[in-house]
Design a protein around this ligand. Structure first.
Ligand code: AMP
Ligand code: MN
Ligand code: MN
Ligand code: MN
Length: 278
């Protein structure tokens, strides 16, 4: 069975491992084709592709972007691109996104100070280390300052979506994000449909915004979730995609390249990704 993993994070956003390390793990697990999909950045892709050439793993340029739907809230869209895709406009949008992430992180630090939790923005920036800055980096700074015991506690008490220190991001609409991915010749898949409050409505919205794929082989989702996703994907004409959403945060996390996907679905994906517009 061919192995694919189209949802992986590295230190270029909120993952803990380098792109090289991620590719090496995927190769060790027998992966044939993977995509690095850091949040709002393509900056780790070149490094991953260089390692992919050494390890004989195809590495597709990918990204995970957050979008906003007025009814459903924040949804995540994965974009996959050919190596020579015209990504100028897309990259400009991602740069704007990352700038916005920084000011949002600063506002979160201010909000935390109001709650009596002092951390330096510099500490947060150090954890992000030049990558796409996000709440996990703020969580690490909170741990370091001794305000909480763990990253998870930081989310549970303060940073979760409806938590006291949550600051919303300004996001694209679902439709604009899909259009932008298509303008770059890319393929758009709705990330982790099972993680939304109403996965069916989220998937319907994504399909009517022109989306292409649905990440139904996701992490440890069980057979029932996969079967539901399959039905939905078939009904809406979406292509099933596969991803571990690896971040390298916990020792018991699913390793890169280890989410099973049936042969026919894998073959369909390989064909699509190898044939992306050039
Ligand atoms: P951001 O992109 O800055 O809004 O941060 C979102 C990231 O934080 C996600 O990609 C996850 O890696 C992590 N995250 C979000 N919610 C939680 C949560 N409740 N517990 C732990 N990690 C979370
Ligand atoms: Mn993340
Ligand atoms: Mn996500
Ligand atoms: Mn992800």
């Amino acid at each position: 069975m061919p192995r694919l993993d189209l949802h992986l994070h590295s230190i270029h956003s909120d993952g803990r491992k380098s792109p090289e390390w991620v590719v090496q793990q995927a190769a060790a697990n027998g992966a044939e084709l993977i995509a690095l999909t850091d949040h709002d950045t393509l900056s780790g892709v070149a490094e991953a592709q260089a390692e992919g050439r050494r390890r004989k793993v195809e590495v597709v340029a990918g990204v995970e972007i957050g979008v906003n739907d007025p009814d459903l809230g924040e949804l995540h869209v994965l974009g996959y691109f050919s190596d020579d895709a015209p990504l100028h406009d897309f990259e400009a949008q991602l740069t704007a996104y990352r700038t916005e992430r920084e000011s949002r992180a600063e506002r979160t630090v201010e909000r935390l100070a109001e709650l009596g939790l002092d951390i330096d923005f510099e500490a947060v920036a150090r954890h992000a280390d030049g990558g796409s800055i996000g709440r996990p980096h703020i969580a690490r700074a909170l741990v370091e300052a001794g305000h909480v015991e763990s990253v998870q506690e930081a989310f549970d008490r303060f940073l979760r979506n409806d938590g006291p220190a949550y600051v919303a991001r300004t996001l694209l609409s679902l439709r604009d994000s899909v259009a932008m991915i298509h303008a770059g010749g890319g393929f758009a898949s709705l990330a982790h449909p099972t993680r939304y409050d109403d996965s069916e409505r989220a998937t319907l919205a994504f399909a009517s915004a022109g989306g292409d794929g649905l990440e139904i082989y996701y992490r440890n989702d069980g057979p029932e979730e996969v079967a539901n996703g399959h039905q939905l994907a078939r009904r809406l004409g979406l292509v099933p995609t596969v991803g571990s959403d690896f971040h390298g945060l916990h020792p018991d996390e699913l390793r890169p390249g280890s989410v099973p996907i049936p042969e026919p679905a894998a073959k369909q994906l390989l064909e699509i990704l190898r044939g992306l517009a050039r």
